[in-house]
Ligand binder design. Sequence first.
Ligand code: GTP
Ligand code: MG
Ligand code: ZN
Length: 355
Amino acid sequence: MAKKKKKRQDVRTRDWRDKHEFAFTHDRVRHRRAVANVSDAAPQAPLPTAFEPNAVVIAHAKKWAFVQHDGTERLCKIDERLVEQDTTLLAPGDRVLVESDGEDWFVRGVAPRRTRLCRPAPGYSRVREQVFAANVDILIVVASVAQPPFRPGLVDRYLIAAQVCGVEPLLCVNKMDLVGTAPLLPEIDAYQNLGVRVFPTSCVTGQGIEDLRDALRGKTAVLSGHSGVGKSSLLNVMDPNLRLLTDEVSATTGRGKHRTTAARLFELAGDIRIIDTPGIRALGLWRVSPAEVSYYFPELAEASSGCHFRNCTHTHEPDCAVRDAVAQDRIPKIRYDSYLRIRASLECEKARDHE
Ligand SMILES: Nc1nc2c(ncn2[C@@H]2O[C@H](COP(=O)(O)OP(=O)(O)OP(=O)(O)O)[C@@H](O)[C@H]2O)c(=O)[nH]1
Ligand SMILES: [Mg+2]
Ligand SMILES: [Zn+2]
């Protein structure tokens, strides 16, 4: 029995040394093995009250974080006195203070976030706001034209989240090779008309990859979207050394299989930092009330000045300028439908929260 245990320890150590960070990118089991190499020591000195951050979080779990510090990736324990309040303690992109006690490294402080992308935390969670990327300049919303099919609902939600968080959204429409030379979907035109930069891309033909790279130079960005749209594949094409794990879309459900399981920051040539995130099914919106949804649809907000009622919801009221604009094709029907869907779902969420 004792012999067996020792063997497992050997495997842990070997994995950690040979595979280094890649082993920990997507695999929870290996995450745990990495932590097996961290001692139980805790720093004695009190937490600093004022500090200059000296490292950036790459990936993290509850008790430890990988950080970029002094040009190397370090595994640090998180000082247990750093406690989570209303919002996630750490996210990839967070600027932190790391210090060594001579043997181990510890995260000892988290700097205020310049920007953050967040969603309401699930009900069972201790925090209320779940931050999935910190200090980013650009939110790359990835969708695919096929396999899985283009779904505007999530894109619209991300565009709202980007506005709430003060981050520039950019729409990447991937898998263009699957539709040949067919013109872009009308939905995509609608986003372009709104001033959202749209990048049709393909990881197979390389279409649009250079344009995307140019748009990201000198920036920190986060890739997000449904599972299986090709977020990790885009990173692999932009830097073949990454060799991130990808997985085929399920033939039975037509959806991705949630290959990426943890968010992680990658540094690419050209001063580009990109956070890859796990695909999500739906994006909860944080701090947006049903009545506020129309503010985040610029074309609706503009038309609404002509509505008869000042608090018009544009759903049923008479003399509604928004519905007139939709009837006359001045506002794309798909955007209006999306407004109605998001509004209705927020009404539901609100009702549930008040139960
Ligand atoms: N035809 C085609 N297939 C692609 C393209 N990009 C990615 N794929 C394929 O789509 C599947 C899913 O790609 P992933 O990169 O794993 O998708 P993801 O968005 O990272 O998915 P999660 O990690 O589950 O969120 C893989 O089989 C890829 O090979 C593309 O441009 N064209
Ligand atoms: Mg992925
Ligand atoms: Zn109206």
